[in-house]
Ligand binder design. Sequence first.
Ligand code: CMX
Length: 135
Amino acid sequence: MLERIDHLGIAVRDLEEAVARYSALLGRSPERVEEVSSQKVRVAMFAVGGSSIELLQATSPDSPIAKFIEKRGEGMHHVCCSVPDLEAALHLLATEGMEVLPGAGCTGAEASRIAFLHPKSLHGVLVELVEHRGR
Ligand code: CMX
C-alpha cells in the first residue's frame, strides 16, 4: 500500500539559512521552493536518490511547524510515504486503529493530496501520506 518514502520533513526556523546549509551538504540547490498555504509553511525540496529532503519554515505563528519548533526545537518533523490511492489507504489504516488527523485529502506541495497520521499511532513519528496527481 505504501509505495516508498517520498520525503523526510525537517522543521527549520529560517528557510534561507537552512537552504544554504543543506545546499552545502548536498552540493546543489533545491529543486523547488514553494508555499503550501493549507499547511501554513514554505518548503524547499532537495531530491536525494528516489526520495527528497523537505525543509519547512512556518508562515504563521499558528502553523504546526511553529508549534513544533516552540515545543521541541528544530529537527526531524515527519516521514512522508507515497500511496497510489489516498482514500483507500486511509480507509485501511483507520480499520487498523490509526488516528487520521483532520483535514485529510487537502492539497499539499505540487498539487498533491495529503493526509497525516498522529504520532501517537506510530510510536512518536508523524507520518504524512501523499498521493501525487499527474506523475
Ligand atoms: N512528531 C512527533 N511528535 C509530535 C510532532 C511531530 N511532528 N508534533 C507534535 N508531536 C507531539 C507533541 O510533542 C506532543 O507530545 P506529548 O503529548 O508527549 O507532549 C503531542 O504530539 C501533541 O502535540 P501538541 O504540541 O499538543 O500539538 P497538537 O496536538 O496541537 O498537534 C499534531 C500535533 C501532530 C496533531 C499537529 O502538529 C498536526 O496536525 N500535524 C499535521 C500537519 C503538519 O504537521 N503540517 C506541517 C506541514 C507538512 C508538509 O507540508 O509537508
